[in-house]
Design a protein around this ligand. Sequence first.
Ligand code: GTP
Ligand code: MG
Length: 201
Amino acid sequence: MKINSATFIQSEDSYLKGPKDGKAEYAFIGRSNVGKSSLINMIASKKGLAKTSQTPGKTQTINHFLINEEWYLVDLPGYGFAKPGKDYREKWEVMIIDYLTKRENLFCIFVLIDSRHPLQDNDFEFMRFLAHSELPFAILFTKADKNSVTKTKQNVDEYIKLMLEYWEELPPCFLTSSVTREGKEEILNFIEDLNKKFKKK
Ligand code: GTP
Ligand code: MG
């Protein structure tokens, strides 16, 4: 799929305040700093569309980007970022969990995992929650450029092997890099196929 347009539409703090045109949405979630906003820019072919930062905790709201006037990429805040205070965590949890479980036109969730790191408890807990809630998701391994091709493959293979000790099958998995644009075509093809199946809510 070719990207003809990518436009920031709005930021909001509740799934109820999102766009009401019923178009398909694809949300990016994962630990803080994993590369969600960078990957959105890479897929949309537009630098600076979503705000990125070296400091974890950059994205704090739900952000809608309209692609090809037809579907949305949605950037979400990261988890695992120890911003002090119970109130912040609870507010975050309510906002994100409500969005993930109640937003009717959310068609697939992309869970981002740093390809350099072994399976982390909070990622696994989060994916278990998605599976238990029967929410469709795919895994995007990020920052593939940070290691050699061999090392990245070894890490991802080990990750998948460990997951398969717990689960009989895994969701679709993609290897990505916002720097080399690895994975772009595969993800856009995946979204294109899903768009064909999507019926406006
Ligand atoms: P929060 O909004 O804080 O949750 O972070 P995020 O997941 O949106 O991460 P973001 O895209 O802001 O990127 C975090 C840092 O990682 C930035 O310094 C990016 O430049 C860097 N980064 C992201 N993706 C890649 C990648 O594929 N390769 C490399 N080398 N660096 C990356
Ligand atoms: Mg971000």
